[in-house]
Ligand binder design. Structure first.
Ligand code: PMM
Length: 270
């Protein structure tokens, strides 16, 4: 899943692809680099971000979805029913929902749904995230949401632990170490680590200054490969070319059942 953020303020690429033409061109580059699906978002979910109006969000994403969905499968990254519905009209066939609240829209429109876990809301989620056992709590939340969606008639349901959403670096690493528990639920798993702050913290300099967003490539690619090796069926990434190459190398090196399974699952959703 390649990321196209049509926002002035997303944490890693905010402002770069605000003009729909630039966003479409970027999406096409990601397709050429090997993305199977493009995730288009019009509202930043970075920590501290304020919500956007549905009108502004829709204006940003709709032309981009309309253009890219002619070439590839497109998901819309939104928490608003109104935007999700308009995005489906424009050609999106998957609702990527970081609020895990829109399964009714997916059911009524006959499209897929990604349920992501978040503690709190973007404005305040990093204030003081707390869990007794982050893996168990996230797993239970996601299976409840997935079962509710399936019960409501959503045919294609994905779960996502929401790396960085109301989580400390320790929580993120615990989740990445516990992906097997999420895979064991049987729901297909999406994981998004790309360029996130916990990777910046890992590569902080001697004064504790985190690595800049553009210096998080190795951490992003490595954690994407680890997630796939642990059974994630999809990884959400900015750097598609590097990630695809790394996944291919890892798959060739291992040539094991997990990677073959991964490829089969991707084929099934296309
Ligand atoms: N992360 C971001 C936005 N949307 N959706 C899913 N399903 N999973 C994620 O981890 C996720 C997401 C934040 O990253 P961005 O601002 O670079 O898009």
């Amino acid at each position: 899943m390649g990321i196209v953020n049509v926002t002035p303020d997303s944490f890693s690429d905010g402002g770069l692809f605000c003009d729909p033409r630039q966003a479409v061109a970027h999406g096409r580059r990601l397709i050429a680099e090997g993305a199977d699906l493009i995730d288009v978002g019009g509202e930043s979910t970075r920590p501290g971000a304020e919500p956007e109006s549905p009108t502004v969000e829709a204006e940003r994403v709709l032309p981009v979805i309309e253009a890219l969905s002619r070439d590839v499968r497109v998901s819309v990254d939104t928490t608003k029913a109104e935007v999700a519905n308009l995005a489906v009209d424009a050609g999106a066939t998957l609702i990527n929902d970081v609020s895990a609240s829109l399964h009714q829209v997916a059911a009524s429109r006959g499209v897929g749904w990604v349920a992501m876990h978040m503690q709190g809301e973007p404005r305040t989620m990093q204030d003081r995230p707390t869990y007794d056992d982050v893996v168990i709590e996230v797993r239970n939340f996601l299976t409840d949401k997935a079962e509710a969606a399936r019960g409501a008639g959503v045919g294609e349901v994905w779960i996502d632990p929401g790396i960085g959403f109301g989580k400390t670096a320790a929580h993120n690493w615990a989740l990445l170490n516990g992906l097997a528990d999420l895979v064991a639920t049987g729901w297909p798993l999406v994981v998004g680590t790309s360029r996130k702050a916990f990777l910046g913290a890992l590569f902080a300099d001697a004064d504790g200054v985190p690595a800049a967003v553009e210096d998080r490539l190795e951490g992003s690619v490595t954690t994407a490969v680890m997630a796939a090796a642990d059974g994630a069926s999809m990884v959400r990434v900015h750097d598609v070319g590097a990630t695809v190459a790394a996944l291919e190398a890892a798959g060739a090196g291992r040539s094991n059942e997990r990677f073959s399974q991964h490829i089969r699952e991707m084929d099934q959703w296309q």
